[in-house]
Design a protein around this ligand. Structure first.
Ligand SMILES: [Zn+2]
Length: 165
């Protein structure tokens, strides 16, 4: 196991560079080193914090960059915030077991499923991504317009029927 002190990230031995910052200054982790345990959404973070407080685990959380993939289509609503949760390297094993035991995470140290779709999304070229975002926005407006129009139409029909009564 290697450690990037800049990102506070644990990296597999086979890696030459930190996948986040590209740094080659990796070293063996020390027990006191803060290390990224998991990236979790707000709900999961709350559950994890409850477990940590109960077990007196010292942790730090920071808002993670990037958003949950699906929420890109969450028109008008707030984005869900993801948090990176750090614990001492020496506590990682223990924390992992605690979170497993509490049924909060299936696999600690792996990013949650939502980030998988994010990566897929990032694979697209910026132009393609822009196209899909614009396309989804337009599609959404069209759907809303159809629903409003259909509702109007139905109300008119009902009015006509009532008039005839
Ligand atoms: Zn790094």
């Amino acid at each position: 196991m290697l450690y990037c002190p800049k990102c506070q990230l644990l990296i597999s031995d086979s890696s030459q560079r930190c996948p986040f910052c590209g740094s080659k200054k990796l070293r063996k982790p020390e027990p006191e080193d803060p290390a990224l345990l998991i990236t979790a959404d707000e709900n999961k973070t709350r559950a994890i914090e409850a477990v940590f407080k109960e077990n007196k685990i010292i942790y730090r959380k920071r808002i993670a960059k990037g958003f949950v993939g699906l929420n890109k289509l969450n028109f008008g609503k707030d984005y869900l915030t993801n948090y990176n949760i750090f614990v001492s390297y020496g506590d990682i094993e223990n924390c992992s077991e605690l979170l497993h035991g509490a049924g909060i995470v299936d696999e600690v140290n792996k990013q949650n499923e939502n980030n998988g779709s994010e990566e897929e999304f990032e694979d697209m070229s910026p132009r393609k991504r822009f196209f899909w975002r614009t396309f989804s926005a337009i599609l959404f407006i069209i759907v809303v317009w159809i629903v409003v129009f259909a509702a109007d139409y139905v109300v008119d029909i009902i009015k006509e029927i009532l008039k005839k009564l």
